[in-house]
Design a protein around this ligand. Structure first.
Ligand SMILES: Nc1ncnc2c1ncn2[C@@H]1O[C@H](COP(=O)(O)OP(=O)(O)OP(=O)(O)O)[C@@H](O)[C@H]1O
Length: 298
C-alpha cells in the first residue's frame, strides 16, 4: 500500500473509489426525485450514460439547461454530481459559479477571466473528471463566457486535456418559448409528457440566439456549436408543486418532524402564485420558496 493509497482512503482523491458514475442511481433519482421534467430527464440520462461510458471522448460534455425559475435546473446538477462524486457537490472537483455572486463587477472582467481559467486548469490538471456548473449564465459577461470557450473545444490547452470534464450552464434564456409551448399543450388538452424535443428545439434556439440581452447571445460560445445539448425545463403545474412539498415533508420527517401530510401539501401549494392569471396553469416560482412556506406551517 502506498502512502497515496492510505491518504486517499481518508480524503477525496481522483480515484474510482471517490469518482465513478452510478448510472442506475442517476436514473432512479431522475425518476423519483425530479418531477414534471420528462424531456430533461431523458436527455440528461442519455447524454451522461454515453459520455461516462466512453473512455476516450472527443471533447468535454457541455450541457445547457434552460427554463423558468424553480423548475429543477440547479437540482438536476446536484443529482448529477451526487451520482458521479462520492462527495457530491462538496467534492473538490465540482465547481459552482454564480455570475451575479462570483463575477459581479464588469470592471474586473480581466481579473475574473484569469482566475476562472486558472481554477479550471488547476482542477482538471488534478482530476480530468472535474465538473463546472455556471449559474445565471445569461447574466455572465460575454467576454467571460468566451474565456471558457477553449476548454470546451476538441483540443488541449497548454498540454492539459479537458475532454473528460463536464460543463453545465444554467439559465432562464429561452424561458418564454418553453412556456409558450407548454401552455399550448395545456390549452389544447394535450398531455405535457407528449411534448417532444422537436416541439421546442427550434423556438428555443431562436429565442436564445436572438435575445440581445443575454450574455449567451453576445458570446462566441453559441456560434461554435460547443454546447452538446440544450435541455429544456418545463414550467411546473400545481400537481408537481404538491409532489415537491411532499418530498420536502419526507426529508423533514426523517429529521424528526411530523409525517408528510397531503392535505397540508395541497394547502401550501394552493397558496403559491400561478400563471396565466385566468388559467393558473403553472407555478410562477416553480418549486422554489416552498421551504419558507413550510417553515411557516410546521
Ligand atoms: N422539477 C423538480 N422536481 C423536484 N424538485 C424540484 C423541481 N424543481 C425544483 N425543485 C425543488 O426546488 C428547489 C429549487 O429549484 P432549483 O434551484 O433547481 O431551480 P432552478 O431551475 O435552478 O431555478 P433558477 O432559475 O431560479 O435558478 C430545488 O432545490 C428542489 O428542491
Amino acid at each position: 500500500l502506498s502512502y497515496r493509497d492510505v491518504l486517499c482512503y481518508f480524503q477525496e482523491c481522483c480515484y474510482p473509489g471517490w469518482i465513478s458514475f452510478n448510472k442506475n442511481g442517476l436514473e432512479a433519482d431522475l425518476e423519483n426525485k425530479l418531477f414534471g421534467q420528462h424531456l430533461a430527464s431523458r436527455i440528461i440520462l442519455k447524454s451522461l450514460n454515453e459520455f461516462m461510458s466512453n473512455h476516450n471522448p472527443e471533447k468535454p460534455l457541455v450541457l445547457s439547461l434552460h427554463g423558468p425559475s424553480g423548475t429543477g435546473k440547479s437540482f438536476v446538477s446536484q443529482l448529477i454530481a451526487e451520482n458521479i462524486y462520492t462527495e457530491g457537490t462538496n467534492s473538490k472537483f465540482v465547481h459552482f459559479f454564480n455570475s451575479l455572486v462570483h463575477f459581479p463587477q464588469p470592471s474586473l472582467i480581466s481579473t475574473y477571466k484569469s482566475q476562472l481559467q486558472q481554477r479550471i486548469k488547476d482542477s482538471v490538471s488534478n482530476c480530468e473528471r472535474s465538473m463546472f456548473i455556471f449559474d445565471e449564465m445569461d447574466s455572465m459577461h460575454p467576454g467571460l463566457i468566451d474565456s471558457i470557450k477553449p476548454f470546451l473545444d476538441y483540443h488541449k490547452v497548454d498540454g492539459v486535456s479537458y475532454k473528460k470534464s463536464i460543463f453545465i450552464f444554467l439559465s432562464n434564456a429561452g424561458e418564454k418559448s418553453i412556456v409558450e409551448t407548454a401552455l399550448d399543450f395545456w390549452r389544447t388538452g394535450r398531455d405535457r409528457e407528449d411534448i417532444e424535443l422537436s416541439d421546442l428545439e427550434e423556438s428555443l434556439s431562436f429565442s436564445i440566439f436572438n435575445n440581445e440581452k443575454n450574455g449567451f447571445f453576445r458570446s462566441n460560445l453559441m456560434k461554435n456549436n460547443l454546447v452538446d445539448f440544450f435541455v429544456p425545463f418545463l414550467p411546473l403545474e400545481y400537481s408537481h408543486v404538491v409532489q415537491c412539498i411532499m418530498a420536502e415533508m419526507k426529508i423533514r420527517a426523517s429529521k424528526g418532524k411530523g409525517p408528510p401530510n397531503l392535505d397540508m401539501a395541497r394547502k401550501v401549494a394552493r397558496e403559491l402564485k400561478y400563471f396565466p392569471k385566468t388559467e393558473r396553469a403553472f407555478s410562477t416560482t416553480g418549486c422554489k420558496i416552498i421551504q419558507q412556506k413550510l417553515n411557516f406551517y410546521t
